[in-house]
Design a binder for this molecule. Structure first.
Ligand SMILES: [Cu+2]
Length: 346
C-alpha cells in the first residue's frame, strides 16, 4: 500500500481534487477584486489607509523574519545540543540589545509615519456628515451654491485628490464607520461627533460596513464610497442639490400618486415635488435622488427596477426588523408604477 506506485496514485488523486478547488478559489478571489466594490485593507485606496497598511506590512514582515530566525536557532540548538555561545552572550545579545534596537527603530518609524494620519483640517477640504441609524446611513453635504444642507443616504461621493472630512455621529446606538480600503475604523456615538479624514487619488468604488454590533441587521448595514473625478463630482453634487424631477410618463405619475396614497412620505422625503412628500422627520432615507444610487437597503441590493419592486414588497424578508414594513399587499401593477417613479428620480 505504501509502495511507490500507491503513493503516486494517492498523490494524483489528491491533486485532481486540489486543482479544481484551487482554480475555483482563485476565481473567487479574482471576483472579489474585479466585479465588486473594494472592501479590503490589503488594497489601500490612499490616504490614511496607505499609512496604516505600510505600518502593518512592516510589522508583519519583521515579525515573520524574527520568527523564522528564532526557529532556525531552535533547530540548530536541538540538533547539536552543544553550546557554542555562552549563555550570558545570548541573554544580553538576543534578550536585551536585539529587542531594544528593533523595538526602538519600530517606535520611531511608526511615530513618524502616523504623524501623517493627523494632518490638520485643510481649507479646501470637503466636509460630509454621516449619521449612523439602525440600519442605514444618513449622509449630508453642504450645497456650495445655496449654503443649505443636502440630505442623502447610504452612498458617499467624493472628488479624487481632495481631502474629505467626515463628521460622524449616531442617532440611536453605537455604530462604527469602516471603509477598510480608505481609512481606519471610527466609532459613531450618539450625542457626540467623531471625525475621520479620507483622501483618494484614483476613482473607484469602495465598500464600507458598520463595524460595531448595533442590533439584528448590523450585518446588512453597508455603504459605498464612490470616488469620482472632480468635475464629475461637482456635477453630481449640483444635481443632488436640486429638488426631485417631476415624473414623466403616465406610469411614473401614477407611481407618485401611489407613493402618496401608501403614505410612504410618513417616513421618506422626496424634496421639492410637493409639500406632502416631505416627511417631518428623518426616520428613513431621503428618496429625492434614489434613482441615482448604486444600491438599495444600505448596500444589500443593486438598484434596478426589479430589486426596487422586491424591496418595497418584501422589505422584511430582505432585512428582518428594518424600520420599514413590507408592502406585500400591493398589487404588482402598483409596484411597477412605484418603481418606475422612484427609478426616475436620478
Ligand atoms: Cu452595526
Amino acid at each position: 500500500m505504501a509502495n511507490k506506485h500507491g503513493v503516486a496514485i494517492a498523490g494524483a488523486g489528491v491533486r485532481s481534487h486540489v486543482v479544481p478547488f484551487a482554480a475555483g478559489f482563485a476565481f473567487l478571489l479574482s471576483g472579489c477584486e474585479k466585479n465588486r466594490p473594494l472592501q479590503s485593507v490589503l488594497h489601500p485606496g490612499g490616504g490614511d489607509a496607505l499609512v496604516i497598511s505600510d505600518i502593518a506590512w512592516l510589522l508583519f514582515g519583521g515579525g515573520t523574519v524574527i520568527f523564522a530566525g528564532v526557529m532556525v536557532l531552535l533547530a540548530f540548538s536541538l540538533r547539536d545540543g552543544r553550546r557554542s555561545v555562552r549563555p550570558a552572550t545570548w541573554l544580553i545579545g538576543a534578550g536585551v540589545i536585539f529587542p531594544v534596537t528593533v523595538l526602538s527603530a519600530l517606535l520611531i518609524y511608526s511615530v513618524v509615519r502616523s504623524q501623517q494620519l493627523l494632518t490638520p483640517m485643510s481649507q479646501d477640504a470637503l466636509v460630509v456628515s454621516v449619521t449612523g441609524k439602525m440600519w442605514w446611513w444618513e449622509v449630508r453635504y453642504r450645497d456650495p451654491a445655496s449654503g443649505r444642507d443636502i440630505t442623502l443616504a447610504n452612498e458617499i461621493r467624493v472628488p479624487a485628490g481632495r481631502p474629505v472630512y467626515l463628521a460622524l455621529t449616531s442617532d440611536d446606538v453605537l455604530h462604527s464607520f469602516w471603509v477598510p480600503a480608505l481609512a481606519g475604523k471610527v466609532d459613531m456615538l450618539p450625542g457626540r461627533m467623531t471625525r475621520l479624514r479620507i483622501q483618494t487619488d484614483r476613482p473607484g468604488v469602495f465598500r464600507g460596513q458598520c463595524a460595531e454590533y448595533c442590533g439584528e441587521q448590523h450585518a446588512r448595514m453597508a455603504l459605498h464610497v464612490v470616488v469620482e473625478e472632480p468635475q464629475a463630482f461637482d456635477a453630481w453634487l449640483g444635481n443632488q442639490a436640486k429638488p426631485a424631477s417631476t415624473p414623466s410618463g403616465v406610469l411614473a405619475e401614477r407611481g407618485r400618486a401611489i407613493f402618496l396614497e401608501q403614505r410612504c412620505s410618513a417616513c421618506h422625503t422626496i424634496r421639492g415635488a410637493a409639500e406632502e412628500t416631505v416627511a417631518a422627520n428623518s426616520l428613513a432615507p431621503d428618496l429625492t435622488h434614489i434613482g441615482s444610487r448604486m444600491f438599495l437597503g444600505a448596500g444589500i441590493l443593486r438598484n434596478d427596477p426589479q430589486n426596487m419592486r422586491d424591496w418595497i414588497a418584501q422589505t422584511q424578508s430582505f432585512k428582518h426588523g428594518a424600520r420599514m414594513p413590507s408592502f406585500n399587499e400591493l398589487e404588482s401593477e402598483k409596484l411597477h408604477a412605484l418603481s418606475a417613479y422612484l427609478e426616475q428620480l436620478k
